[in-house]
Design a protein around this ligand. Structure first.
Ligand code: C2O
Ligand code: CU
Length: 481
């Protein structure tokens, strides 16, 4: 089973297989409680082992590693400007940390083991404390052996509310995940498999919304939804289509963007990324519409979940009015004129051109790299162990352009810690919206220029958020002093 899974069963098949035998399957239509209400944030997160009803009724619970007993972990909510104070108590049998993905925190709070803090030992504690500078949709996850710790379920959403939120009838978060499950609904124990490392990462066979294989989400005709998507999957890139609805993107990676309908109606969210949408539920009461993932051109779209309209009459007549842009976050504007430019070449992987890399100063060919668990390079260097030597040293307060070129046959969502950057060019052409992001998807063969002010001092990770690519060497440190 695990062998055929690795070769990629089309999702609907695997999903049917897992769901087979659950006659009268009645997965709760509503979203889990923790995403429905703005609950007070817990003051403690406890990563530990647990069991969750991931696949649904009539199926065994899935053994996971999780924060506070749930997958995803508690949805943390703060107001912009709040002081965040969270104690993490490690209930795992191994070391861990928590990284606040996308939040511009002081370096010592960034949660990167050996780089910004010693890892938290089993039974140990660490208090993370920082200001919620930027409003938006973020998430948290361990940064220690992420490919396995995140892959086993350790992830949760973190929302920082605007002082003036956009008008929506409901504010809903979908944490999207992807799991490689056996027929027993348990995770296949092949984390870090070299085939995954050197190809597209650990793709699974079961997609969940807020930790469950969801049949449907109940909506009401006429309502306006603010939908926050978080991609917490190790490797799966989602390209969602909303079955005849026309979602408008209002934020990417938490940062406001000029409201727009995405190209081709496809909302692309790569691992690590977030998208905030306004979805007007304009279809008829009692109708049903599939939300599908149509990212892969190699495979037919598969259903993620249905939008199931209640029979209630429309909440309002007509559309709820124009969609206003969100207020910008207090980010330093990069001044590209005179900015220093650094070329960053992403290399390695199967079916690629760069068949060698530097590993700890030693030149290795791909075969030798693979023997050492590595497959990827940034500027010819494959990261191994705990990286301390920076690949780039940046001057505090100065503007930089990182010109990335993907010299591989694979997608790479590249993530920079401690900063947000503007995506200013793709393949040499200026972007129309100069999106602020913290994770940017670079397609095979594509070039992407990002610009930012290096205004947060410290050693920051820069890596691919396909966690098996990160494990396989696609990672580096950017030092800001
Ligand atoms: Cu979401 Cu370096 O992490
Ligand atoms: Cu990658």
């Amino acid at each position: 089973m695990s062998c055929s899974l690795k070769q990629g069963i089309p999702l609907p098949v695997a999903r049917r297989r897992l769901l087979i035998g659950c006659a009268g399957l009645a997965v709760a239509a509503a979203l889990p409680a923790q995403v429905r209400a703005a609950a007070a944030p817990p003051s403690a997160l406890r990563p530990r082992k647990g069991h969750v009803p991931m696949v649904g009724k009539g199926q065994p619970e899935t053994s996971v590693w999780c924060f506070n007993g749930t997958v995803p972990g508690p949805s943390l909510r703060f107001k912009q400007g709040d002081r965040v104070n969270i104690e993490v108590e490690n209930g795992l049998d191994e070391e861990t940390t928590v990284h606040w993905h996308g939040l511009r925190v002081p370096n010592a709070m960034d949660g990167v083991p050996h780089l910004t803090q010693p890892p938290i030992p089993p039974g140990g504690r660490f208090v993370y404390e920082f200001d919620a500078l930027d409003a938006g949709t973020y998430w948290y996850h361990p940064h220690h052996r992420s490919f396995e710790q995140v892959g086993r379920g350790l992830a949760g959403a973190l929302v920082v509310e605007e002082r003036a939120a956009p008008v929506a009838d409901r504010d809903v978060t979908w944490v999207l995940s992807d799991w490689r499950l056996g027929a027993d609904a348990q995770l296949v124990e092949d984390f870090g498999d070299m085939h995954d490392v050197s190809h597209a990462g650990r793709l699974g066979n079961t997609v969940t919304v807020n930790g469950q294989v969801l049949e449907e989400v109940t909506v009401r005709a006429g309502e306006r939804l603010r939908l926050r998507l978080v991609n917490a999957a190790n490797a799966r890139i989602f390209g969602l289509r909303f079955g005849g609805h026309a979602p408008v993107v209002i934020a990417i990676d938490g940062q406001p963007v000029e409201p727009h309908e995405p190209a081709g109606g496809l909302v692309v969210v790569a691992p690590g990324m977030r998208a905030d949408l306004i979805v007007d539920l304009a279809a008829a009461p009692s109708s049903r519409h599939a939300v599908v993932d149509a990212f892969s051109r190699a495979r037919d779209p598969y259903r993620v979940v249905d939008l199931a309209y209640a029979s209630d009459p429309p909440l309002r007549a007509g559309a709820p009015g124009p969609i206003a842009a969100l207020a910008p976050n207090p980010l330093a504007e990069p001044n590209e004129t005179g900015a220093q430019r650094h070329e960053i070449v992403l290399g390695g992987g199967m079916m690629g051109r760069r068949m060698h890399g530097l590993v700890g100063g030693t030149r290795m060919d791909m075969r030798q790299m693979m023997h050492n668990g590595l497959a990827w390079t940034i500027n010819g260097v494959a990261a191994v162990g705990h990286m301390h030597e920076p690949m780039l040293a940046l001057g505090l307060g100065r503007t930089y352009v990182l010109a990335m070129r993907n010299d591989t046959a694979w997608h790479h969502p590249m993530h920079l810690h401690g900063h947000a950057f503007r995506v200013v060019a793709r393949n040499g052409r200026r972007t129309a919206r100069r999106e602020w992001q913290d994770t940017v998807l670079v397609d095979p063969g594509e070039s992407v220029d990002i610009a930012f002010v290096a205004d947060n001092p410290g050693d920051w990770m820069f890596h691919c958020h396909i966690l098996e690519h990160q494990l396989g060497g696609m990672m580096g440190v950017v030092r800001v002093t």
